[in-house]
Design a protein around this ligand. Structure first.
Ligand SMILES: Nc1ncnc2c1ncn2[C@@H]1O[C@H](COP(=O)(O)OP(=O)(O)OP(=O)(O)O)[C@@H](O)[C@H]1O
Ligand SMILES: [Mg+2]
Length: 314
């Protein structure tokens, strides 16, 4: 039995050492292969990124070349556009002149014939001719203003004056329009000392556009009111009507060029204009560092248009 132990112990020790050796070698082998693999893997990823960066650089280069070509073309079309715009302006000013001259004589002779008292029917026809020429003249003025706005040439000739004067000058003509349509025009007291630095003619044009709209979109026997309020450093003009009203989604849109409210169903009223008056008014007010807007409680519930202009600093 002792013999067995004597032989077995060194044998077992040797076996144990051999075991350690094998484990150490295997783990070293595993570690080194794993480490090598990791490095190899990282290298592969780096390689892929380098390739992708190179590809991206090629794309960027191609795109910047395309961009260069495009901006070249754009510069050319900008030049062409500027030329076309210039041609449009020239054509417009020539057309305006050529239309206005015969229009003035049609209107003049029409009025002359009305005075001749030719008969009721003839007088009615002649009145149609005169009012049609007025409408055309107004369209021509609006188109000219629009072209000037687009060319950045609508200059304000500013002077210092008492703001409510803008309404005083135009009220006689507006009252006639209201009377013709049987709309009551209520003008509230004009405040004193509302001094501004502005273009009186252009601001009268804004007031006239708003008042004429109010009369146009208000049925007979209803009212249109004009009043002013000082609001801080501004003087605000209000034109309130009891007319057809505006859908809430359109109170801003109507200040766009050629925009006429789509929810209003009256085709006849729409045909009486071109959707230019408010767009021009907006530009004029903007040129005075002011603001313009419309409020309505909805279709059929009237509207209030307002515009504000800064008072002159003391
Ligand atoms: N007081 C108002 N009540 C209801 N709708 C209005 C009123 N004022 C303007 N609108 C709406 O806004 C639209 C644009 O007004 P704008 O004055 O620009 O054009 P227009 O009166 O139709 O034509 P133009 O002024 O060129 O003769 C009108 O067509 C109308 O739909
Ligand atoms: Mg109008």
């Amino acid at each position: 039995m002792e013999m067995v132990f004597i032989i077995f112990i060194p044998f077992a020790l040797m076996l144990l050492m051999a075991g350690f050796l094998v484990v150490a070698q295997v783990s070293g082998f595993i570690q080194s292969t794993f480490f090598n693999n990791r490095q190899h893997f990282s290298n592969m990823i780096i390689q892929q990124y380098v390739e992708r960066i190179a590809l991206a650089q090629t794309h960027i280069f191609q795109r910047s070349k395309q961009l260069e070509d495009l901006s070249g073309k754009l510069a050319l079309s900008n030049q062409e556009l500027a030329q076309l715009n210039e041609m449009k302006s020239k054509f417009l000013s020539m057309a305006v002149h050529d239309i206005r001259t015969p229009l003035a004589s049609i209107r003049g002779f029409g009025e002359l014939l009305i005075k001749k008292k030719m008969g009721e029917r003839e007088e009615r026809y002649l009145n149609h001719i005169v009012s049609a020429t007025d409408q055309l003249n107004r369209l021509i003025s609006d188109l000219t203003d629009l072209a000037m706005i687009e060319a950045g040439k609508l200059k304000m000739e500013k002077a210092i004056f008492n703001f409510p004067d803008v309404a005083k000058d135009i009220l006689p003509g507006i009252s006639i329009n209201a009377q013709k349509k049987n709309v009551e025009l209520i003008v509230h007291d004009f405040p004193e000392g509302m001094i501004i630095n502005g273009d009186k003619f252009r601001l009268s044009q804004v007031t006239m556009n708003l008042l004429n709209n109010a009369i146009k979109f208000t049925p007979a026997e209803k009212q249109v009111e004009l009043f002013f309020k000082q609001e801080g450093k501004y003087i605000t003009t209000f034109i309130k009507d009891s007319g057809i009203g505006i859908h809430p989604t359109e109170t801003k849109k109507i200040f766009g060029k050629f925009y006429q409210a789509k929810y209003q169903k009256d085709e006849k009223l729409r045909k009486k204009g071109w959707g230019l008056g408010l767009a021009i008014s907006h530009e004029i007010v903007k040129s005075h560092d002011g603001d313009i807007g419309a409020i309505s409680r909805g279709l059929g519930r009237g509207s209030t248009f307002w515009f504000k202009i800064p008072l002159k600093k003391n």
